[in-house]
Design a binder for this molecule. Structure first.
Ligand code: SF4
Length: 194
């Protein structure tokens, strides 16, 4: 068993915060074990909790479509994880103590996967990783740095589902990710649309 698999086992049985009491499954994350791109969201929703997989509901389907347009897949290019690994009841925001208790797992995932680019999906991910006062509407689309890694904050796919107008700026953000991926990883990376 590799270190990432061992970490998953730990998360699957974790009872460090109260979210363990109401979850069906912990959602460790999934994707390529040494992905160059990591997407980080807030936490599992209903379908993710049921299936134990990240981003499998409507938001996840939209994320997969966006990644597909960019020429990326979960199996080959991306690892997808969340700030908290267990679903907050009724999809409420994770509480500060829950985020603080869980985030070392994400730090360890980043350390093991070593992505060159981290895409932060939405304000919770942005605030947890970069700055508690940061606003997604202000900093989205700007390259930031976290522990020597490039970070692209953008809207959470659920925000795109709620507000069609956000789709165009989000697409601009993902185009920047494709360009950076070509610069850092594979200049011949193929995408149909950008
Ligand atoms: S949310 Fe994180 S810290 Fe809390 S029980 Fe789940 S895995 Fe453990």
């Amino acid at each position: 068993m590799n270190e990432l698999e061992l970490l998953k086992k730990e998360v699957d049985h974790c009872t460090k915060c109260v979210l363990s009491k109401t979850r069906t499954n912990a959602v460790f994350g999934e994707g390529f074990r040494i992905a160059d791109i990591m997407c980080v969201g807030e936490g599992p929703g209903y379908y993710e909790d049921q299936q134990g997989r990240p981003f499998v509901g409507k938001s996840g389907q939209l994320l997969d479509k966006i990644l597909d347009v960019c020429g990326f897949t979960r199996n080959e290019h991306v690892f997808i994880a969340n700030i908290v690994k267990c679903r907050p009841p009724n999809n409420r925001d994770p509480l500060p103590e829950e985020r603080e208790t869980c985030i070392p797992y994400l730090y360890k995932q980043i350390e093991l996967i070593k992505p060159k680019i981290i895409i932060l999906l939405g304000s919770t991910a942005l605030r947890c990783l970069i700055d508690p006062n940061a606003r997604i509407t202000k900093v989205r689309g700007e390259w930031l740095e976290w522990n020597d890694r490039l970070v692209m904050p953008t809207f959470h796919p659920s925000a795109l589902l709620r507000n069609e107008k956000l789709k165009r700026p989000a697409w601009e953000d993902f185009k920047k990710v494709v360009a950076k991926y070509r610069e850092l990883v594979n200049e011949a990376h193929f995408s149909n649309y950008c």
